[in-house]
Design a binder for this molecule. Structure first.
Ligand code: 5AD
Ligand code: SF4
Length: 467
């Protein structure tokens, strides 16, 4: 079956799911309510918006909390072991309450479900889970939902690779004013620690025209800020029948009227082109922020990690970026405790953090992922050593981030008002540099770009005044 036929078939199943949900409503005595919990990255967050869109079209209302839901769906992550444990912990709790929710549909999807050992465990130890699917058949959710609503037996459907992209189905955005847009799926890099290429499959780019059509549609719907999503956006378009470049795509997206800010993630240092650096300097709508995971400051470890760049290359990119966009905000991901990491390797990471001056960094303790090359490397670093290094790294990151955050003190920034703050009368928003600012405002301003003076630095964020 062709991809377009498969998508058309899902639209038919959406209709059928609506009928089945109406019957479910009758059994329940009220409109069914759904609750989706998203683990992991922005990719998963965007996938959940698609799942929510389908549920809404099928006639499900949003549950305010998990406990009142007639359908609970966990969109899982498996990037590190603690992501897995988080899911199992939540499932344990859900299982404990299951007596008070007879007939409830409990579903699992996402990255962890692409791991056969996890699926086995769910089959055996969590009998109340009655719907399981993976990352490659998200597009088939209408059909899976229909089956979960109508079949007595448990529905387990995992596919091995992507045949249909989950586009063209309804989407329910979390925010009216900003949206993620998938530009590519999967990853071909095979960093030796990383499970992503195994659970998300090979890299597939969407056609530029399809992406632009989606962005225009979002702009017409009031969206101001777009976040382009992909595991490695810098290699966007290389494998398309008519190859395209990421910088070219960005420039076209910046032309779309109504879109005021464009962000993207994640970039891989090995593929970051001069053309992209130029685009960052020239395109006014491109936010002056780049998330550029470095992972380690040691050349020896970067090689072991299969990252295809060295420390000098990374520092060279930082220099180029700062020359092109002087006040650019740089953020990164760092792993400590990778197999074989010596004190000297770790010191190299610390010194890189000090040398670059990151605006912030996500720091992780290496987590062994079965099936990845690094899992069988000798010299796994003992937990105590990894934790001790992690604490030292965190202190260095914090020190740098506070210094970097302080550089904006007193400036006036254009802040996109995003949500109400817990403190009454305050709104929280973000500057183009992705800096969080709390400022006096009302909820009617959410989604607007307002001018705020960054008067009061608080470490990693600001309290600001209206100007
Ligand atoms: N252990 C620890 N951190 C990891 N990451 C990916 N795989 C692992 C792992 N096995 C981190 C990397 C990546 C981020 C999304 O998660 O830093 O950039
Ligand atoms: Fe995202 Fe990777 Fe976690 Fe999947 S495994 S949700 S791609 S971080």
């Amino acid at each position: 079956m062709e991809a377009t036929e498969k998508t058309a078939r899902q639209m038919e199943f959406l209709e059928k799911a609506r009928g089945a949900a109406a019957a479910y409503a009758e059994r329940l005595g009220h409109a069914p309510r759904s609750y989706i919990e998203t683990f992991g990255c922005q990719m998963n967050a965007r996938d959940s918006e698609k799942l929510r869109g389908i549920l809404r079209e099928a006639g499900f209302a949003d549950a305010r909390e998990e406990n009142e839901a007639d359908l609970v769906l966990y969109n899982t992550c498996t990037v590190r072991d603690n992501a897995d444990q988080h899911v199992y912990g939540r499932l344990g709790r859900l299982g404990g309450n299951r007596k008070s929710h007879p007939g409830r549909i409990v579903g699992l999807c996402g990255c962890l479900m692409q791991e056969p050992h996890a699926v086995e465990k769910i089959k055996k130890s969590y009998p109340f889970v009655n719907l399981v699917f993976g990352t490659h058949n998200l597009y088939a959710f209408p059909e899976l939902l229909y089956r979960a609503l109508t079949e007595k037996k448990r529905v387990f459907e995992i596919e091995e690779k992507t045949t249909v992209l989950p586009e063209s189905l309804p989407v329910e955005r979390k925010h009216g004013f900003k949206s993620g847009v998938n530009i590519m799926y999967g990853c071909d890099n095979f960093c030796t620690y990383c499970i992503v290429p195994y659970v998300r499959g090979r890299e597939i780019s969407r056609e530029p025209e399809d992406i632009l059509a989606e962005v225009r549609h979002l702009a017409a719907d009031g969206v101001k800020e777009i976040m382009l999503l992909g595991q490695n956006v810098n290699s966007y378009g290389k494998k398309l029948a008519e190859p395209a470049t990421f910088a070219g795509l960005l420039r076209r997206i910046c032309r779309v009227e109504g879109i005021e800010r464009v962000r993207f993630m994640t970039s891989h240092p090995k593929d970051l082109s001069d053309d992209l650096v130029r685009a960052m300097a020239e395109e006014k709508k491109l936010c002056p922020h780049l998330h550029l995971p470095v992972q380690s400051g040691s050349d020896r470890l970067l090689k072991q990690m299969n990252r295809h760049y060295d420390r000098a290359h990374y520092l060279g990119l930082v220099e180029k970026l700062r020359a092109a966009v002087p006040d650019i905000s740089l953020t990164t991901d760092i792993i400590v405790g990778f197999p074989g990491e010596t004190e000297e390797d770790f010191e190299a990471t610390l010194s890189l953090v000090r040398e670059v001056g990151f605006d912030s960094a996500f720091t992780f303790i290496y987590s062994k992922r079965t099936g990845t090359p690094a899992a069988s490397y000798p010299d796994q670093v003992p937990d105590e050593v990894a934790h001790e290094r992690f604490d030292r790294l965190l202190a260095a990151v914090k020190e740098g981030a506070e210094r970097m955050c302080g550089r904006f003190a007193g400036q006036v920034a254009e802040v996109l008002a995003e949500e109400e703050n817990r403190q009454p009368g305050y709104i929280t928003g973000r500057t183009p540099h992705n800096l969080v600012v709390h400022f006096p405002g009302t909820k009617e301003e959410i989604g607007k770009i307002v001018k705020v003076r960054l008067s009061d630095p608080r470490g990693f964020y600001y309290f600001g005044e209206r100007v």
